[in-house]
Write a protein that binds this ligand. Structure first.
Ligand SMILES: [Zn+2]
Ligand SMILES: [Zn+2]
Length: 137
């Protein structure tokens, strides 16, 4: 399967070659701050399958609750949140699913897991069938 995605202004684009991905919502405070939304939705893919094909994203290193670095990549022009690389998950890339093309943010209707559900806003309910994690896995 080939997935493609881009930022809002189109100056950054990427491609992924992977058999499948894990669909994950993250409700942690860093995701809220970084995205400006109540949570992030992520397509978690093998890092080796992910490639930036256009432009060069900026990055910001946040320190996770683990004390390890969470690298946040974003478009320097339009500010779109594109993907994160977590030091605690060195083989994976967490693509922010809203940047995927072709309606893939829909995850074909299935969310595999929700992280940091302790920080989920009270007005949201658990996604039916999604594994519920208090923290990150
Ligand atoms: Zn952009
Ligand atoms: Zn998060």
């Amino acid at each position: 399967m080939t997935l493609t995605g881009s930022c809002m202004c189109g100056s950054i684009a990427y491609t992924v070659e992977a058999d499948t991905y894990v669909s994950a919502l993250c409700h942690c405070n860093d995701c809220q701050k970084w995205s400006g939304g109540a949570f992030t939705s992520n397509a978690v893919v093998p890092r080796a399958s992910f490639k930036v094909t256009k432009g060069t994203p900026n990055s910001y290193d946040g320190i996770g609750t683990s004390g390890k670095i969470n690298k946040h990549f974003f478009c320097p022009t339009c500010g779109s949140s594109l993907y994160t690389e977590l030091e605690i998950m060195p083989d994976m890339t967490c693509i922010k699913a809203g940047t995927l093309d072709g309606g893939e943010a829909n995850f074909k209707g299935k969310v595999d897991v929700e992280f940091y559900v302790k920080d989920r806003p009270a007005y949201l309910v658990a996604v039916e069938g999604a594994k519920q994690e208090q923290l990150l896995g």
